[in-house]
Ligand binder design. Structure first.
Ligand code: FRU
Length: 326
């Protein structure tokens, strides 16, 4: 197969500094490697909106067949996605949304539901002051908005628990430290901290530890990665009380993009499953994920063996052809 005959899929990734996005890229690459007809191109916007717009413009001018995008922020990425649709290139929006309905399909977990699950967990487990600090993701990104929406909805319906402070984080741990320390010094009787991802939840725990409050406060995060310092490990070693699984959907994204290319019917909204991970199921879920990874490794090594055989076969064929000249 020539490069030019391949199905060109352009993936505009928001950034790749954190493990969640690394895993997402990894799983989309694995899925693509199983399909020799696919030419997957990933561009990394480095969390820079202008760069992400330029990356997508480039996919449009290179006439890729399908664009996948995880937008850094909703509003500023809307126009370029609409431009792609106008140019006849279907767009699959993943994880974070844009500000209009003008895209082909969306794939991601339900972030409003994630907020609600966190709130229900706190409401049913709270035995203390009921005082909560919420730490949000970056302003302008849809999961931050939606996780807050669902969380506040459930907390506000309840009389025992109350969000007494909101810290506007930026998805990274550093953004949490100074504001949280100031708040905790004033309000040491906080019972729960809900952070919109595990990196900020870990940072909140570390901050509380500097003033000796890490055992009094309970921490919840989102993502539930099965990796070193990932949410599952943090739950297993008692740093987090719980985390809500936010699957990256990398492999599903590639499958959907191919369906879009083949003009197969798909739903506009493709919702990935989520689940609360706490001390009761962290071990089991971690083990299941390990098993899937092991099977993946077997598939990859089998693929490697097939490739070697293919190239050996090709060189033997060449030899046969060469010999037939004599
Ligand atoms: C990764 C991340 C995750 C979070 C998601 C929201 O870059 O910050 O931790 O769940 O983005 O889009």
């Amino acid at each position: 197969q020539k490069q030019g005959d391949k199905i060109k899929i352009g993936f505009s990734q928001a950034m790749t500094t954190d493990d969640w996005r690394k895993q997402m890229n990894n799983s989309i690459k694995i899925e693509a490697s199983l399909r020799p007809e696919v030419d997957l191109r990933i561009s990394d916007a480095n969390n820079n909106i202008e760069k992400q717009i330029a990356d997508i413009e480039k996919f449009i001018s290179n006439k890729v067949d399908v664009i996948i995008v995880s937008p850094i922020q909703s509003k500023p990425l809307t126009a370029v996605v609409e431009k792609s649709i106008k140019a006849g290139i279907p767009v699959l929006v993943v994880d974070r949304k844009i500000d209009s309905e003008n895209y082909t399909a969306y794939l991601g977990a339900d972030n409003i539901e994630i907020g609600r699950i966190a709130a229900r967990y706190i409401v049913t487990h709270s035995k203390g002051s009921g005082k909560i600090i919420e730490i949000t993701g970056a302003n302008g990104s849809s999961p931050a908005y939606e996780r807050s929406l669902g969380f506040d909805q459930v907390i506000n319906e309840n009389i025992r628990c109350k969000v007494v402070n909101t810290i506007h984080g930026d998805w990274e741990g550093e953004s949490v430290k100074a504001p949280l320390k100031a708040i905790l010094l004033q309000n040491p009787d906080i019972e729960y901290i809900f952070a919109h991802n595990d990196r900020m939840a870990l940072s909140a725990w570390e901050t509380a530890k500097t003033i000796g409050l890490e055992k009094k406060i309970k921490f919840l995060g989102v993502d539930g990665l099965n990796s070193v310092n990932g949410g599952i490990e943090l739950v297993k070693n008692g740093v987090l009380d719980g985390t809500i699984l936010y699957p990256t959907g990398g492999n599903e994204a590639l499958k959907l993009a191919l369906k879009m290319y083949n003009k197969e019917p798909i739903s506009k909204n493709n919702i990935l499953n989520t689940i609360i991970i706490d001390r009761n199921n962290a071990e089991i879920i971690g083990n299941q994920m390990d098993k899937v990874n092991q099977q993946q490794a077997v598939i990859e090594s089998q693929q490697g063996a097939i490739k070697i055989q293919e190239s050996e076969y090709a060189s033997q064929n060449n030899l046969v052809r060469l010999l037939s000249f004599f």
